[in-house]
Design a protein around this ligand. Structure first.
Ligand SMILES: CC(C)(COP(=O)(O)OP(=O)(O)OC[C@H]1O[C@@H](n2cnc3c(N)ncnc32)[C@H](O)[C@@H]1OP(=O)(O)O)[C@@H](O)C(=O)NCCC(=O)NCCS
Length: 193
């Protein structure tokens, strides 16, 4: 039975159920969505990623949750909180990390911001995070735009080379943004405006 972590105006953030892997793959494993994530994934890579998502929920009580549109139950993608575990980012390991991935036909409608704001509310409320990091790559303008829109700050001093990918390449190095708990109330107001 899925646990609902948050309900927003248009969305529900919930834990993964048995049928979600297939539907998530169908709607998000596309060239556009995976452009800055190493390209369309194969089954072994996906299964390992899904297992890590389940592992975060089991170990920490939070993960990259399913984002579901309330009005029609459509699975839009994921958004939520994990812990940094990227190979190469060892100094950051264990810290809270926010992430997002939505199907292309849902882009540009404010869904990611809505889901990310709920995730930051959970991070600084329910989970007591001191700060939250976000990671992307230089070319991913949408993801960086969202980080800035949420009031996250670019932290070049925290950037690192992700050992899973060629470096330099268009998916390396990983670039880092951060927001502290004390900054979230004002950033939240600004993000709503
Ligand atoms: C990143 C992503 C989740 C954004 O989703 P979205 O629902 O389109 O984002 P929103 O509509 O909520 O936009 C929120 C803010 O993000 C920024 N943003 C969104 N798309 C942008 C773009 N293409 N360029 C620059 N900024 C952008 C804007 O500041 C926007 O706020 P505004 O509408 O008030 O200007 C989506 O593009 C995606 O899933 N990309 C593929 C997967 C991916 O790369 N994930 C991140 C890996 S690090």
């Amino acid at each position: 039975m899925a646990e609902v972590l948050a309900e927003t105006e248009r969305l529900r953030l919930r834990t993964w159920g048995p049928d979600d892997r297939e539907e998530f793959t169908r709607v998000t494993n596309t060239p556009a969505v995976m452009r800055w994530l190493g390209g369309v994934s194969n089954e072994a890579t996906r299964d390992a990623a899904f297992d890590r998502i389940d592992g975060f929920q089991r170990d920490y009580g939070h993960t990259f949750w399913i984002v579901e549109r309330t009005k029609d139950g459509a699975l839009l993608g994921f958004c939520g909180l994990k812990r940094v575990n990227a190979p190469g980012g060892e100094p950051l390991h264990g810290q809270f990390e926010i992430g997002w991935r939505l199907r292309e036909d849902a882009w540009g409608q404010g869904y990611a911001k809505e889901a990310a704001m709920a995730s930051l509310d959970l991070a600084f409320g329910r989970y007591g995070a001191p700060h939250v990091l976000a990671m992307t790559v230089a070319g991913n303008a949408a993801s960086q735009g969202l980080m800035k829109r949420l009031g996250m700050h670019r932290r070049e001093d925290l950037d690192f080379v992700d050992r899973r990918f060629p470096n330099p390449s268009d998916i390396n190095p990983a670039i880092v943004y951060r927001i502290d708990a004390a900054e979230w109330p004002a950033a939240r107001e600004a993000a709503l405006a």
